[in-house]
Ligand binder design. Structure first.
Ligand code: 4NP
Length: 162
């Protein structure tokens, strides 16, 4: 099982959106059972809360299920457990790199690093900008390219449907 963790600051806006979108894409491509998805925040303010109303609204508009998602804080154990730890912005990335230390085997990268023709490197924080539609477009594109990369790296093939 390949384990993917999305990380932002609060774990209520961007990373739960990425978790839900990625889970949706994994299922759509018949790869559920081969890839596990989760999200967490570097901060602890919102632990236990469901995704932000703006995130829930844009996911509903795009018919993407987010059931069961609750905020939690990233911990040192996550750094050892997950294969891909995907930050939303440069601040999350540097916090994760600091937590991981030099010996981590995980791929620790920013989501938009996987988008070849990107215009931005960071997913802007909609908690402050209010622009959840822009974040959805960036997250969707990042998740599609990340999934392509994982499929390629691990030579995954869709499970036979019965
Ligand atoms: P997120 O947005 O990192 O995309 O979940 C934020 C949510 C809450 C806070 C900051 C960013 N906050 O400071 O409470």
């Amino acid at each position: 099982m390949i384990k993917v963790l999305f990380v932002c600051l609060g774990n209520i806006c961007r990373s739960p959106m990425a978790e839900a979108v990625f889970r949706h894409l994994v299922k759509e491509r018949g790869l559920d059972g081969q890839i596990a998805v989760d999200s967490a925040g570097t901060g602890s303010w919102h632990v236990g809360e469901p995704p932000h109303e703006g995130t829930r609204r844009i996911l509903n508009e795009n018919a993407i299920d987010y059931s069961g998602i609750r905020a939690r804080q990233v911990g040192r154990r996550d750094l050892a457990e997950f294969d891909y730890i995907i930050a939303m912005d440069a601040a999350n990335l540097s916090d994760l790199r600091r937590m991981a230390g030099p010996n981590s085997a995980a791929v620790i990268a920013r989501l938009l690093d996987f988008v070849p023709d990107r215009e931005k490197d960071d997913v802007p924080d909609p908690y402050y900008t209010g622009n959840f539609a822009e974040v959805y477009d960036l997250v969707r594109s990042g998740c599609e390219h990340l999934l392509d990369t994982i499929v390629r790296n691990h030579q995954l093939t869709p499970r036979e449907r019965t």
